[in-house]
Design a protein around this ligand. Structure first.
Ligand SMILES: Nc1nc2c(ncn2[C@@H]2O[C@H](COP(=O)(O)OP(=O)(O)OP(=O)(O)O)[C@@H](O)[C@H]2O)c(=O)[nH]1
Length: 347
């Protein structure tokens, strides 16, 4: 088949606010017995890559971009990774891009239309947005990214329905519908959705997007002239090709790391207390931990004051037993977190 007639590789953009369940959905996709091979591109907020370690069964096909937000500074990276993948066309069936919870999906989606090389070889299949039934209504009030993620969705996975009452679910669904009446919506616990409902949908609807973003296809300027004007607490960049998007400048991330073991009897109560007291400010926390006298890696995940943790697997021979944690939020009590963490290290 010639280059011109070869089918374009479908790309699914997986978005959704911090902690909504994107990695949970990605793991579900990758671990299902579908006989397909996916290339996965992950972008996360925070200096230490953790998500890569939480994705199962896709070791050699995960490409990480950790140096910024996918919708701005690393968009060049996205194009480069895509171009690299295109050279290996035939080795995989589809591409999934998991964006950070703080990314605006518009410029990400735009990459698949305005970058010539990418556009020749790949087609945006759908923007799939995971929405957190418990927290989305709050985020729609204070996080502009959350609203754009809903507005741009072709498919919405309304997740964590186990954490809300029927009334709350109806309420959040009505809020979603007020922003986006078109997307197909699935209510889920742990992103339990049929793969056919999220992949290979052929659902991306350019006309609808042009209604929301009339400048979506304008790409005169690829230099990313950031034109920052401040708008409340959010900066608003115009990437020079007409698309404006907003960032929450108050959002911070704190990354912590140690190669000394942690004392679980000190760490666990400390973390539980921290998210109980500061969970309003700490939107998201996650970490991979090496406990004293423990041959298993321990993984914890938090969204506000809710925490989950479990032993993930044995540390591999030769694998450095280090602990890595990330806290993301507004007005993070950085010194308090840092000091608390240090007190959990076995000296
Ligand atoms: N109770 C409950 N918890 C869930 C559900 N789905 C996911 N979680 C938990 O929510 C937390 C966040 O899930 P992730 O899949 O890591 O969320 P994410 O959107 O990838 O998070 P970021 O990449 O940090 O933005 C984890 O502790 C999950 O186990 C659900 O349906 N119900």
């Amino acid at each position: 088949m010639s280059e011109a007639t070869a089918p374009k590789i479908p790309v699914t953009v997986l978005t959704g606010y911090l902690g909504a369940g994107k990695t949970t959905l990605l793991n579900r996709i990758l671990s299902e017995n579908h006989g397909k091979k996916y290339a996965v591109i992950v972008n996360e907020f925070g200096e230490i890559g953790i998500d890569n370690d939480l994705i199962i069964g896709a070791d050699e096909e995960v490409f990480e971009m950790n140096n910024g937000c996918i919708c701005c500074t690393v968009r060049g990276d996205l194009v480069r990774i895509m171009e690299g993948l295109m050279k290996r066309k035939g080795k995989f069936d589809a591409i999934i891009v998991e964006t950070t919870g703080l990314a605006d999906p518009a410029p990400v989606a735009q990459t698949f239309f305005v970058d010539e090389d990418v556009q020749k070889n790949a087609r945006l299949d759908a923007v799939v947005t995971v929405a957190d039934a418990k927290w989305l209504s709050d985020r729609l009030k204070d996080a502009p990214e959350a609203k754009n993620q809903i507005a741009f969705a072709d498919v919405i996975v309304l997740n964590k329905i186990d954490l809300v009452s029927k009334g709350e679910l109806a309420e959040v669904e009505a809020r979603i519908r007020a922003i986006n009446p078109y997307a197909k919506l699935h209510r889920t616990e742990r992103c339990s959705v049929a793969l056919a409902d999220v992949l290979d949908r052929g659902a991306f609807d350019l006309d609808r997007i042009l209604d929301i973003e009339p400048d979506f296809l304008n790409a005169e300027d690829h230099d990313h002239d950031h034109d920052h004007h401040h708008h409340d607490h959010h900066h608003n960049h115009d990437h020079g090709h007409g698309l404006k998007h907003y960032h929450d400048e108050d959002m911070q991330s704190l990354s912590l790391k140690t190669d000394k073991p942690l004392d679980p009897n000190v760490f666990m109560p400390w973390l539980q207390n921290l998210v109980q007291v500061e969970g309003g400010k700490i939107l998201r926390s996650k970490g991979i931990l090496a406990f004293h006298d423990d041959d298993d890696r321990y993984v914890f995940q938090g969204v506000h004051m809710m925490l989950e943790g479990n032993h993930q697997r044995k540390w591999k021979d030769g694998e450095p037993r280090e602990s890595r944690l990330v806290f993301i939020g507004r007005e993070l009590p950085q010194d308090l977190i840092r000091q608390g963490f240090e007190s959990c290290i076995v000296s």
